[in-house]
Design a protein around this ligand. Structure first.
Ligand SMILES: [Fe+2]
Length: 518
């Protein structure tokens, strides 16, 4: 759909004298809401936060904006009525970044709630709420939720409606924010288009997901910190290679398009703007003296999966250690050498009471019984940490060696709730617990069968709790003395679904390992 004159009366008269780039500035008058994708904030610091929106009067058809930059004003206030403006400013939203805005606000007070909104072309956005993080030495308690895997066609975002109603400081997204393609059964709504490959297709896919009002509500309620998994680009991709072996160059063009659309649709700081196919999304964020978040990227820098299926030549597989000796190659890495070192350095330097390692997938070993030719052997899924066992051992050794206080791993990807003890040696039931892991289910994405989950439970006693039958998220309450993880479940087929707490697990300060109840 092209942009019609009906939708825009573009006048540059008002700004022509002001700046050398004025020629490029458009002052549209919108006759459709340009804030159709809502507002968001992210990456809180004690003195500031990133504010996000994207002008898109026709969100599902490329945005519907002119090929010119538009001035967007923003305001941050201490009250919802915007009587006390704490900070305000202007940003240029240009076509090169899909008219997205990433305003980096500074000069705010630590540990405080703020309200924000945008103005463009006579239109005003909905009001968002956000919160700066506490001062670095403040021991304030922290409430956050984490989410992952939100296949739009599989269900409604009731989980986000309930998340938005909680009293949180932060939401962490662990990946699969979009799905590039349609899959699954009993779909409740449709992407309306096929697999996303080009920049325009990824932009329209993000826009579709972001038109969901429950997702918008969760963004407007709290600041987010995000990382990604595979479906932001393609199922099972690894570094410079897609799900099937093919042209490296073609795949990197696709990755560049996918990363760009991701940047354009999330409240990422400007320094994360991609350069070609590269975007550094991993990083470290403090929440006062209480918590430090070490947010990882296990997709962009990883070695290719070991022993792929023959007919694909790439991507994941389930193999036994005997049938795939490459699995144990100590050179193999899931994070890349540089990120591994960065994490080890961060764990050495941290003084936080809780160290949250936020990453994509389940870190605990999940050995599974094999059938057929390999009957009697244990199988390992090569796309997750089980495909990189020596890299996992290095990470857990770094956790133990640095004595980083209270290491907590959070993960997603496997569409199941889990609480696990991360051990030095998963084969030895008496081996020391190095860290505690909580895995969130999916927001909507369909889960693994209960029968498969039963077999995992039997083989892996370090998985203390596992439930794949329900969709939802995990709500975390951290204080100096303990962390409580509540597994919050909804019926994703019912947009008005209530929420229930399926299970609660506690970790006591100084005692790694999950305890039932809380
Ligand atoms: Fe997923």
């Amino acid at each position: 759909m092209s942009i019609s004159r009906r939708q825009f009366l573009i006048s540059t008269a008002g700004v022509a004298a002001a700046a050398p780039f004025a020629r490029l500035l458009a002052q549209p008058r919108f006759d459709r809401n340009p804030f159709s994708l809502g507002v968001a904030s992210g990456y809180p610091r004690p003195e500031g936060v990133v504010l996000w929106t994207r002008l898109a009067p026709e969100p599902l058809a490329g945005g519907g904006m002119p090929a010119a930059a538009v001035e967007v004003a923003w305001e941050v206030a201490t009250d919802e009525a915007f009587r006390n403006i704490a900070r305000s400013g202007k940003e240029l939203a240009g076509p090169e970044w899909a008219h997205s805005v990433h305003a980096e606000v500074a000069g705010l007070e630590p540990g405080r709630r703020y309200f924000y909104r945008f103005h463009a072309g006579g239109a005003t956005s909905p009001v968002g709420r956000t919160r700066t993080s506490p001062a670095d030495d403040a021991p304030e308690p922290l409430n956050f939720a984490f989410a992952s895997c939100q296949q739009y066609e599989h269900g409604y975002y009731a989980a986000y409606r309930h998340m938005a109603a909680e009293d949180l400081d932060l939401i962490i997204h662990l990946g699969d924010y979009i799905y590039e393609t349609t899959w699954g059964r009993n779909l409740v709504r449709s992407h309306g288009t096929g697999e996303a490959v080009t920049l325009d297709e990824y932009r329209n896919r993000y826009a579709l997901y972001k038109t969901d009002l429950d997702l918008q509500a969760a963004h407007a309620a709290f600041p987010w910190i995000c990382t990604w998994d595979d479906h932001e680009v393609q199922n099972d991709y690894a570094n410079d290679r897609g799900q099937r072996a093919g042209s490296r160059e073609a795949f990197l063009v696709r990755r560049a398009a996918a990363y760009q659309a991701c940047y354009e649709h999330l409240p990422l700081p400007k320094r994360m703007a991609p350069r070609g196919p590269d975007l550094q999304i991993y990083g470290r964020w403090n929440f006062g003296a209480l918590a430090q978040f070490h947010v990882l990227d296990d997709r962009q820098y990883r070695d290719h999966q070991a022993c792929p299926r023959e007919n694909f030549g790439a991507g994941s597989n389930v193999v036994s250690a005997a049938s795939c000796p490459e699995l144990m190659d100590p050179r193999r890495t899931l994070l890349g050498a540089r990120q591994e070192q960065w994490l080890a350095d961060g764990l050495s330097a941290t003084r936080a009471r809780w160290n949250v390692i936020a990453q994509q997938t389940i870190m605990a070993r999940v050995s599974r019984p094999l059938s057929g030719e390999l009957s009697g052997e244990k199988g390992y899924w090569t796309d997750g940490w089980d495909g990189y066992p020596r890299a996992r051992a290095r990470l857990l050794e770094a956790v133990a060696g640095t004595r980083a206080a209270n290491p907590l791993v959070i993960g997603g990807d496997v569409h199941t709730f889990a609480a696990c003890d991360l051990k030095a040696d998963f084969d030895n039931p008496n081996s020391r617990v190095m860290a505690t892991e909580f895995v969130g289910s999916s927001i909507t994405s369909q889960g693994i069968s209960a029968k498969t989950i039963e077999s995992w439970r039997d083989e892996n006693p370090h998985i203390r709790y596992i439930n794949s039958t329900r969709r939802g998220y995990v709500s975390m309450a951290l204080s100096e003395k303990r962390c409580v993880a509540r597994m919050r479940a909804v019926d994703e087929k019912n947009s008005a679904s209530p929420v229930t707490t399926l299970a609660a697990w506690t970790v006591e300060d100084g005692r790694p390992g999950a305890l039932r109840g809380g």
